[in-house]
Design a protein around this ligand. Structure first.
Ligand code: ADP
Ligand code: ZN
Length: 722
């Protein structure tokens, strides 16, 4: 008998269980094994181990999925690192990293070897489908200009398999099993900044080198990625392209697919259907897919020929997973690049302060694109409007409404943008700017219109809505934090002729919704867009020339030390939407905190200024990136139980805590209640990463030891939430 360590999806600290099998199984092989009274899927981690338990108690492996290619060693090392760094059981980390099809106890269908299709000589003599059959024509053109594989064709037309079959039956199409990628040349001649950036990355090929590509929206970062990607793909290597959850829009995909139509591509994100995701995962693992585009979960794709990683919008918060395995895909991507000895590009107009800091300490190489690439495009004109003494009509100031009105008259496209991140409806005095804090804790009170109450979401203190401002006696107290719906109503009344379109999660749930939206915008059938951060990112609305930001400061009232960083990124991003094309854009930001440094930096469109100030402050308080953090969270039906649980362990840990680590809290979380449970957390902080991880390990031992039936707990390394 040969004994094997096998990773299965159970919350065991070590993460591996021992099973027997008559023969040695290659590491990475998928198996089914008995566990308690079930059969579960697992991955062989090590073969030929010496058992530490009585061998008579070791159960045999149930089934070996021998025809599946084992998960490669580089992938297993990645998962080991992930489990260790995030203090998460290995078996559960493995489960989080696998697509559904590889977690089941039946064999996974192996992908067909790729087939490539081209329009042959006979096909080229036929007339192309007419222009009004857009998708069909796109398909035809792709077959004419290269030799794409089916997944790429399906992206162009959902009926591609059928159409290609029909055309093949006519004798217009030839098939082949290997395609030397024929890359479309760039539409543009890269400008000197872009050339320098692309050359620096290409020169690093074959070695680990992280680059921070910093350039305002529209400065041509995507073209730099494409240039470097083309070289890596032409050399037959794989490229991993990570982008934020919200950014996976048809627009960017279309652009990538247009440029890399011949490259077998896998698209991996949370909305991909389970079956397709498994297939794409396996195609990547087998080296059949060369370009892997996806959101954070794609960072776990096994890639045998990895030659380049791109993380677009690297500052985006959606790269951090906020439940179960709380990993940061950008950070893991850097680890992977090091492992694979390949360059990685982190791109952003507003880099995370962590990456900016690394670019200045020399850990990353800074590449800068200093101008907008499109020569005609100009920087937007940003105006900060102090609304403290202005009368507001449902959140709109008179100057703002006038701008909207004028722009509508002139046939422009406007965007009314609501910043709602970390933001609950609140009451404030429109005269002196007074806001209502809880008398019992530091939190701001949340306005509950229907109950006519202000409530504290930390301690549950409640009071009736006050009639006047306690500071200045003004009786005109204003509600901030309007939902998009009310904003839309107000606009409809103020501009009855304008065609207004609300864009939110619901209105863009469907895959085709964005495409429809773009079409209607280009057809001039929308005058005003209303929406939240969904609209800020990655969208290029050619006609947009006015952006109005309502209640910009909501999150600045919060206790989150990252709030200014996020607000800055969001405002830069949304103002970057204005004037991307020929017309210079205008941006008007309404705020009650006009003196906050964030706004001065946005007005000057000056990330450096913002980053340097923010980093100086972080340094002063030894906050990240100058210190490291871990959060220990506990939730229970009531906050008292959760707090007590953490207090008890804190006291025990304190006895052996290294000097360099401090324990802050426990305190209730900003959003205390979630899904009928109340949440508390404690922060471990240290300038010494290793000492911090030792303290976390100590916490973990005690957390496991102190288990309490009412309390659930979790550990969050490098937490992003407060
Ligand atoms: P970013 O990714 O930084 O937002 P993009 O790469 O999307 O910027 O470029 C912005 C716009 O400028 C796009 O329309 C793109 O086609 C165009 N563009 C990029 N590089 C060039 C160039 N060298 N010459 C002309 N236009 C360019
Ligand atoms: Zn309170």
């Amino acid at each position: 008998m040969i004994y094997h360590h096998i990773a299965i999806n159970v919350p065991l600290a070590g993460g591996l269980l021992t099973y027997s099998h008559p023969e040695a199984l290659p590491a990475g092989t998928r198996v089914a094994v008995p566990f308690t009274n079930k059969t579960v899927a697992g991955i062989v981690w090590q073969s030929g181990v010496t058992p530490t338990v009585d061998t008579r108690k070791i159960l045999p492996v149930h089934t070996v999925f021998a025809h599946e290619a084992p998960l490669p060693e580089s992938w297993r090392r990645l998962l080991e690192f992930t489990a260790r760094y995030y203090h998460y059981p290995l078996g559960q980390a493995v489960a989080a990293a696998l697509p559904q099809g590889l977690k089941e106890i039946r064999p996974a269908a192996q992908p067909e070897p790729p087939q490539f299709y081209t329009l042959n000589a006979t096909g080229r003599q036929q007339t192309a489908p007419p222009a009004h059959h857009r998708k069909k024509q796109a398909l035809w053109q792709a077959l004419q200009s290269g030799s794409p594989a089916m997944p790429a064709l399906k992206q162009l037309h959902p009926q591609a398999p059928k159409l290609v079959e029909t055309w093949a039956a006519q004798g217009w199409i030839s098939r082949h099993s290997a395609a030397a990628p024929v890359l479309q040349p760039s539409e543009h001649h890269l400008n000197p900044d872009q050339q320098a950036a692309a050359a620096a990355v290409s020169a690093a090929s074959g070695s680990f080198r992280p680059f921070l590509l910093y350039g305002i929206t529209g400065s041509g970062k995507t073209e730099v990625y494409f240039d470097v990607m083309a070289k890596v793909l032409a050399a037959g290597q794989q490229v991993l392209f990570l982008l934020p959850e919200i950014n996976l829009t048809p627009q960017l995909l279309k652009r990538v697919q247009a440029r890399f139509a011949d490259v077998p591509t896998a698209v991996l994100h949370s909305q991909t259907a389970a079956g397709a995701r498994t297939q794409d995962y396996l195609r990547a693992r087998l080296g059949q897919a060369k370009l892997i585009i996806g959101t954070r979960l794609a960072v776990f794709t096994p890639l045998p020929d990895l030659g380049l990683i791109v993380v677009d919008e690297e500052h985006d918060t959606s790269f951090k997973q906020e439940n179960e395995l709380r990993y940061h895909a950008r950070d893991l991507a850097v680890w992977r690049a090091q492992q694979a000895a390949c360059p990685i590009i982190l791109g952003s107009a507003t880099p995370s302060l962590e990456s900016w800091h690394k670019a200045h300490s020399g850990a990353y190489m800074l590449l800068e694109l200093s101008r907008r690439a499109h020569t005609a495009a100009q920087l937007p004109q940003v105006q900060i409007l102090d609304i403290r003494r202005l009368k507001l009509d449902n959140g709109f100031s008179t100057p703002a409404l006038k701008l909207l009105h004028d722009n509508f008259r002139q046939g422009g496209l406007s965007l009314v943008y609501l910043n709602r991140r970390g933001f609950a409806p609140a009451l404030f005095c429109s005269d002196c700017g007074h806001t209502f804090g809880c008398p019992r804790c530091s939190a701001k009170m949340v306005l509950h219109q229907r109950a006519r109450q202000l409530r504290c979401h930390h301690c549950d203190y409640r009071q009736a809505i006050p009639r006047q401002c306690p500071d200045c006696g003004n009786q005109d107290l204003t509600a901030v934090g309007h939902g998009t719906q009310r904003v839309e109503e107000t606009l409809r009344q103020a501009l009855p002729q304008a065609r207004i379109e609300r864009v939110d999660r619901d209105s863009t749930a469907n895959k085709n919704d964005w495409a429809n939206l773009y079409r209607r915008i280009s057809e001039h059938s929308i005058d005003i867009l209303v929406g939240t951060q969904m609209l800020a990112k990655g969208h290029d609305f050619a006609r947009l020339n006015l952006v109005l930001v309502l209640n910009a400061d909501g999150s600045l009232y919060s206790a989150d030390f990252r709030a200014p960083e996020r607000l800055f990124a969001e405002l830069m991003q949304v103002s970057g939407r204005a004037g991307r094309a020929e017309s210079a854009g205008r941006v008007l930001i309404q705020t009650q905190l006009p003196d906050h440094p964030v706004f001065a930096a946005v007005q000057m469109q000056d990330y450096r200024r913002f980053a340097d100030e923010a980093l100086a402050e972080r340094r002063l308080f030894a906050m990240p990136p100058y210190g490291f953090q871990a959060a220990i969270r506990a939730d229970a039906p009531d906050i008292g139980t959760a707090l007590q649980f953490l207090h008890d362990i804190k006291a025990e840990v304190a006895e052996q805590l290294p000097d360099t680590v401090s324990q802050m809290g426990p305190a209730p979380m900003l959003m205390v209640r979630l899904a009928e449970r109340e949440r508390a957390q404690l922060f471990l902080e240290s300038p010494d990463r290793r000492a911090l991880h030792q303290a976390v390990a100590q916490w973990l031992r005690l957390l496991q030891h102190h288990s309490h039936h009412k309390v659930r707990w979790s550990v969050d390394i490098d937490p992003q939430e407060v």
